[in-house]
Structures are given as C-alpha cells and as structure tokens.
Design a protein around this ligand. Structure first.
Ligand code: CNA
Length: 432
C-alpha cells in the first residue's frame, strides 16, 4: 500500500481534507480526461454527479465527528442521533420532521421489483462495519457496543488516534491491542455477506467496495476480482516508514504475543496494511472510476458514511441510478429531506432487512443452502478460528492476486522510498 509522501499532520481540529474540500467545491458533473489511463484501464469520459475521482485518495474523518464520538464515549449520548423509523415519506419535507427519517414499506419492494425485472445487472455494493456486527465484530460508532464507546482501555486522546499514522508512529500499542480483536480468524461471515455473494452468484455484482478489514467478504467466497477492500486488510504487512514488506503471519504472531514487529531494513515498527487516517487508499480503490458510472443499482449497507473519501463514492453513480440504503439509521445524503429521486432506504437491523430483501427476491432459500453447503464443505474453515485465520494465506503466502500486488507494490515503494529518502524523512518528521 502506498503511503502519502505529502502526508500532512492532521491535528484533530484540522477537519478539511483534500477530498472533503473538493467535494464541496465541485458539486457539478466531472469530466474525466479521455487520455487518463487508469490502473485498471481507461476511465469513462463523463462521470455524472461525481466527486473528482483523482481527489479521492486520502482517508480522513470529519473532526466534528471526532469530538462527537469522544463525547459519546464518556456519556451515554448517541453520537449520530439514531433516526426514527416511523412516519411516511410525506413527513420528510416538513420542518418539524427534520432529522426524523423514515423508510417506506415500499422501498425494498420497489428495488426488488427492479432487480426481478432484470433492470439491475451491474450492482455496486458499498459496505461498512455494520455488515459484520452480526458476526460479533463491533463497529465504530454504535453507541454502547461500538469500538469508540469502549476505548478507555486503549488510553488514546481521541478515538481516531488509534488509526492515525502519526500517532501510531509514536505509540503503536493502542492499535496493536485493538488489532488483536480485529484480526481475521475468530469470526465467520453472516447472512449479509452471503447475500452479497448471492448477488455475484446471480451474475449481478459489478463490485463490492468494503471499508471492512475483517476479511469476511473473502471468507464467504466473494472472489477477489469482485472485491475492493478500500481500507486495506490484515492480509499483508509492511514497515510503516519505509514500506518494506514483512511476512503477514509473522506480524500477526508478534502482535498476538504482545511483541512489536520491527522492520528488518530500518527497524521502524511494522503494521498490517490496514489504511490509517492520513494514508493513501489501495490502488484497487480507483476501480471506482469506471465502476460507479457503470452501476445500475447501488446498495449501501452498514456504514455511517463518515470516512472520506469512501463516503463520497456514493455520489458518483449517475443521478438516475437507484440507491438503496440498508442501515439502522439514515446516513449521508439519506439524512436530507426530501430524498433524491431514486433513493430508497430500509432502516432497522441489517440482517432483518437483508433477509426481507432476499425473500422479496426469492433468494432466501438459496442463501440458506449456500451457507449450509459452506459449512459442510469446510466446517473447519467456518468454525475454527485458527484455520480461518490461514484462509487469506497459503502457507504464509498471500493467496490472492491483490495481496501479491500489494506486496510487490510495497517492495517497489521501498525502492522509491530509498530514492526519495529526504521526502520520506520530512514526512515522518512532520508526522512526529
Ligand atoms: P461505523 O462508523 O461504525 O458505522 C457503522 C454503521 O452501521 C452505523 O451507521 C450503524 O448504525 C450501522 N449498523 C451497525 N450494526 C448494524 C446492524 N446490526 N443493523 C443495521 N445497521 C447497523 O463504521 P463504518 O464502516 O461506517 O466506518 C468505517 C470504518 C470502520 C472503516 O475504516 C473500518 O475499517 C472500520 N471498522 C471495520 C470493522 C470490520 O472490519 N468489521 C469493524 C470496526 C470498524
């Protein structure tokens, strides 16, 4: 994974990031140069309703949210006021209903009808931590159960510090303690993951963009070429300063045994290639430039849409493309009244909503069967944490194309980093 050479120290107060700023500044359709050759082929010429894709490269979080969530961790207040699910669509326009969002009972039905009519053949799924809470992995922001409400034990000044590369540089311990909980291995995919796999099975999944780092998408069988792990994963590891690759299994072993893995090249701390605030996203993320203009249905599930640039992705589908939000509460543009034409949402427990959607599509039986067959085919994979943890690797070697790509990228970035040592040092010094 490339780390930004222009990495800027972001104190909690400096909210505006390149991506967030550009989104505000460029609400109009963006024209992408025809000559622009992407990593994964040529980009579409016109990208409607899009945030300039080139700007979507650094992960950041709204500071406002940092303060709100910090506050939430020492009080029982809801950082993102949970939206009520009562009321009708007509309510949405009235000032008295501002902040009170609803899902119509017809929303799921309308989208299911479109799918059944064969109108959605290029479905893009955008997902976050909420798809894995049913697997027992806490999300970030759910009050009470979310990781941000339970950070006292990590002793960090503000929740996001735990994923801040500059903070990590000084003190990796908080992240390593959390990594022990998040490392893939002790959790298994749930119905929601298998629903997405079923989309693929039906030939409808154009791509899944996940912010999750738990590896459950791969574990349930969503193929690598259909998956973009936008915030990286634990499948590879490298030095956080010089990017020299480090065997992921060794990093895992060290972290699990409360040791700090260090780089054999420069002796700095090694970290799993999970994207931190202030770091670049994996290159595969830029597939969004060709995927989103092509999408004919966008399903957004289990995310608070608080982290940029990922959150802005959902604005880069064409304006006529239906967007379905499945979440506990309204988030992002779905908080606005009235909703954009073509926007639908089903609020409530995600597993319930997804099951309902699957039933409307007539897929529920098949999904159950798929889950059952997975259990029978590889009971150890699904039940044994230790064997699960080996899944992304085959004898310690990353088993998929992306992991290899990440590794070779890290190797090449080591070369470039030694060539540009001064840059890198400046960055790291300013980070410190
Ligand atoms: P978040 O900010 O915690 O938001 C999660 C959203 O999902 C919230 O809106 C919740 O209301 C909603 N949600 C949670 N559980 C349910 C449920 N059962 N039914 C319905 N809705 C539910 O997390 P985001 O994904 O938006 O933030 C992105 C971060 C989280 C990424 O950088 C991840 O790396 C990070 N993260 C990942 C994991 C994981 O890999 N499983 C876990 C925790 C955090």
């Amino acid at each position: 994974m490339n780390r930004s050479r222009s990495c800027v120290v972001r104190p909690p107060i400096a909210r505006v990031t390149r991506s967030a700023k550009s989104q505000a500044a460029h609400p109009k359709p963006t024209e992408i140069q025809d000559s622009e050759e992407g990593l994964y082929g040529k980009h579409k010429k016109i990208q409607m309703d899009s945030t300039p894709a080139a700007d979507l490269c650094h992960m950041s979080v709204e500071t406002q949210d940092i303060f709100i969530t910090s506050k939430a961790s020492d009080s029982s207040g809801d950082p993102l006021p949970a939206c009520q699910t009562s009321g009708s669509k007509a309510d949405r326009g009235s000032p008295s209903s501002r902040g009170v969002k609803s899902s119509s009972p017809h929303d799921l039905l309308s989208v299911a009808r479109l799918v059944k009519l064969g109108r959605c053949k290029n479905v893009v799924v955008v997902a976050g931590a909420g798809i894995s809470t049913a697997s027992g992995i806490p999300d970030f922001r759910t009050p009470g159960t979310g990781l941000y409400s339970n950070l006292e034990k990590y002793n960090v000044p503000y929740p996001e510090a735990i994923f801040n590369i500059d903070y990590f540089s000084d003190n990796p311990q908080p992240f390593f303690s959390l990594a022990k909980v998040l490392y893939p291995g002790s959790h298994r995919p749930n119905y929601i993951h298998y629903f997405i796999r079923m989309l693929h099975h039906k030939g409808l999944l154009l791509r899944m963009y996940t912010q999750n780092i738990d590896g459950l998408e791969k574990l349930c069988g969503i193929p690598d070429d259909k998956l973009v792990e936008a915030h990286g994963s634990f499948a590879t590891a490298s030095c956080h300063l010089c990017y020299t690759p480090y065997p992921a299994e060794e990093a895992r072993y060290a972290i699990m045994h409360d040791r700090v893995p260090t780089c054999s090249f420069c002796a700095a701390t090694v970290k799993p290639d999970v994207v931190f605030f202030g770091e670049d996203l994996p290159r595969k993320y830029f597939l969004h430039r060709k995927d989103f203009p092509k999408a004919d249905l966008l399903i957004i599930m289990g995310t608070s849409l608080k982290i940029e640039p990922f959150a802005s992705l959902i604005n880069s589908v064409r304006s006529t493309v239906p967007r379905l939000l499945l979440n506990r509460n309204a988030v992002g543009p779905f908080e606005r009244i009235p909703l954009r034409r073509g926007d639908h949402m089903e609020l409530g427990d995600l597993a319930d909503s997804v099951r309902k959607f699957a039933e409307l599509l007539g897929w529920d039986g098949e999904i159950q069967e798929l889950m059952g067959s997975q259990e029978v085919e590889s009971p150890m994979l699904l039940s044994s944490p230790s064997s699960q943890s080996r899944l992304p690797f085959q004898n310690g070697v990353p088993s998929d194309h992306e992991s290899c790509e990440e590794t070779s990228r890290a190797a090449s970035s080591r070369v470039s980093s030694s060539n540009e040592e001064t840059d890198s040092e400046t960055d790291s010094k300013s980070s410190a």
